[in-house]
Design a protein around this ligand. Structure first.
Ligand SMILES: *Cc1c(COP(=O)(O)O)cnc(C)c1O
Length: 370
């Protein structure tokens, strides 16, 4: 028997806490037969725009499409290069290729794992058109530096905030930076739907209008198609579920931060462990709690044996994936991302985890190192 029983996430536990509200919200959508777009999707867009302090929110089918639609709406396509961090989920690179452009990888900052402003400068070419900054694990990327580089080089700045709902930079909302912010509401994200969903928020009215049309077959009115777009819309049930869950997001973020505090208090003195750098980025929303450690695989096995689920985000950085093998990148090209993929370990992190289980995770980690 394992000593503990701690899963990596607890979507069922989250649902049970808000079950009556969720069930009623879903029922209302079915009764109204408002399945695609419609009032429930619109209502969520309005509240999420307000939550993000943004003028506009365009609901789309998923987070990957949010990035793809943003790129296309900014006119990015074949012949263009888009700078993306080496350490992220594959979707960040994939969306660039979907738009017909070429993802160009940028190494990450050793402290936070987010895009290195220094390496970004080196990777800009005359074909560069945009930067996608990823707020990895919920830790805000250095948008003050990246935004300035983008501005100086006439590049669009798109944010991939799939892991960073509610994150801030120097107290400012993400929507205050760049051209638009792309979100995923994949069920396991900090704000998760009950299926696929995504959104793009922006202060730019013309951009929002174009993205809304593009996501809906380039449609101006019924059977009146101004241009060819795609089918990538937020559905009513997801909108209704997200509206319910959005009301709890601030509390859930506080609960995640409380878990992070426990991890920090209990684990910071262990030699051989590096904890997430919370000082430099106070607006971290801890989608994941990623430590760097010696003997990572042994620690992961030890925790598994003790009943504690962990994850690797991500075990292979984008430049080293088979999908991008044609680039011919070697570890020397991205030393920080390469080192990270070998020593990162994601500990359980979710609002429902609670203090007692967080302490059990810490005990097990301490046992391993003692
Ligand atoms: C989840 C995620 C995406 C993709 O979102 P989907 O809704 O799954 O398409 C993109 N980028 C990052 C960093 C993610 O974590």
């Amino acid at each position: 028997m394992a000593r503990y029983e701690i899963p990596f996430g607890d979507l069922k536990g989250q649902y049970l806490k808000i079950q009556p509200e969720i069930d009623a919200a879903i029922k209302k959508v079915i009764e109204a037969s408002a399945f695609i777009g419609g009032p429930f999707a619109r209502e969520f867009e309005k509240s999420f725009a307000a939550f993000c302090a943004a003028e506009h929110c365009v609901g789309v089918g998923n987070g990957t499409d949010a990035l793809f639609i943003a790129l296309r709406a900014l006119g990015i396509g074949p012949g263009d290069e888009v700078l993306v961090p080496a350490m992220t989920f594959v979707a960040t690179g994939e969306a660039v290729s979907m738009a017909g452009a070429k993802p160009v990888f940028v190494d990450v900052d050793p402290l936070t794992g987010t895009m290195s402003a220094e390496d970004l400068r080196k990777k800009i070419t005359p074909a560069s058109k945009a930067v996608i900054a990823v707020h990895l694990y919920g830790c805000p990327a250095d948008l003050n530096s990246i935004g300035k580089i983008a501005c100086d080089n006439d590049l669009f700045l798109i944010q991939d905030a799939a892991q960073a709902h509610g994150a801030t930079i120097d107290g400012k909302e993400l929507s205050a930076f760049g051209d638009c912010v792309c979100y995923s509401f994949y069920p396991g994200k900090n704000l998760g739907a009950y299926g696929d969903a995504g959104a793009i928020v922006t202060q730019n009215t013309a951009l929002a209008e174009y993205m809304r049309k593009f996501a809906n077959h380039g449609r101006k009115g019924k059977y009146d198609h101004q241009f060819e777009g795609v089918n990538s819309r937020l559905d009513g049930i997801q909108g209704a579920v997200l509206s319910v869950k959005l009301k709890y997001l601030t509390q859930w973020t506080a609960d995640r931060r409380a878990v992070a505090e426990i991890y920090k208090r209990e684990l910071s003195s262990i030699e051989g462990l590096t904890l997430p750098n919370s000082e430099s980025r106070a607006g971290h929303v801890y989608h994941l709690y990623v430590i760097r450690c010696d003997r990572r695989d042994q620690l992961q096995n030890f925790l598994t044996e003790n009943g504690i689920a962990t994850g690797l985000h991500y075990p292979v950085a984008l430049p080293f994936m088979e999908a991008y093998s044609s680039y011919g990148h070697t570890p020397d090209d991205f030393p920080v991302a390469y080192e990270m993929q070998g020593n990162i370990l994601s500990l359980p992190m979710y609002a429902e985890l609670g203090q007692e289980k967080a302490m059990q995770v810490c005990e097990a980690v301490k046992d391993f190192y003692s």
